[in-house]
Design a binder for this molecule. Structure first.
Ligand SMILES: C[S@@+](CC[C@H](N)C(=O)[O-])C[C@H]1O[C@@H](n2cnc3c(N)ncnc32)[C@H](O)[C@@H]1O
Length: 170
């Protein structure tokens, strides 16, 4: 298991493109990136975060007024040092969205934020294999999950072999 470097957290890592491709195959095109910079946005200029022309603070913005249509995906990979307010905001905003909201977070099912804002409110997909973020050489040393909110999403739990079931080395 790769060691986590002391003092270094995954605050601004990039999601691997092959995983984003699998997400879009399953859920639709990523139309907004709700936590990004110009450099790491996965949806071009349609992002919230530092340098955004839409809104620099996703926690204060109203995601429902962002242009979107059914079938679009709003993507959220929040800073992992501050997950709770982003997941709380996602759960609060989800009923007002036309897009599907897909959130990538550690699979921390024992947390208060999971119990309050995710459990029985969203589809939870535990991810296999582990993701290697852009800029890292090793897989992220914790399990991750996708939390999917949407009008037509049935809450529940499953494991998603997002690579299509190729041999998993972990
Ligand atoms: C884990 S990175 C996500 C990188 C990339 N968008 C992705 O999905 O792979 C989290 C990003 O959230 C941004 N961020 C931090 N606080 C934010 C806030 N209040 N509103 C919007 N973005 C924020 C950071 O600048 C950072 O780029």
């Amino acid at each position: 298991m790769p060691k986590q470097k002391p003092g270094k957290s995954e605050q601004a890592v990039g999601t691997p493109p092959e995983f984003l491709y699998a997400v879009q195959e399953r859920f639709g095109s990523i139309w907004w990136d709700l936590a990004a910079t110009k450099k790491n946005s996965v949806s071009g200029s349609r992002f919230l975060g530092p340098g955004s022309s839409a809104d620099e603070n996703a926690l204060a913005a109203d995601w429902a007024v962002l242009p979107q249509a059914p079938g679009d995906v709003m993507w959220l990979n929040p800073p992992y040092g501050n997950i709770r307010p982003f997941v709380a905001k996602a759960a609060e905003q989800a009923p007002a969205l036309r897009a599907t909201l897909v959130v990538l977070v550690p699979a921390s099912v024992g947390t208060e934020w999971f119990a309050r804002h995710v459990h029985r409110k969203a589809l939870v997909l535990a991810l296999r294999p582990r993701l290697t973020f852009v800029g890292s050489t090793d897989p992220y040393p914790k399990d991750l999950m996708l939390v999917v909110f949407g009008r037509w999403v049935v809450p529940g739990f499953d494991v998603w072999r997002w690579d299509g079931g190729k041999e998993c080395p972990f």
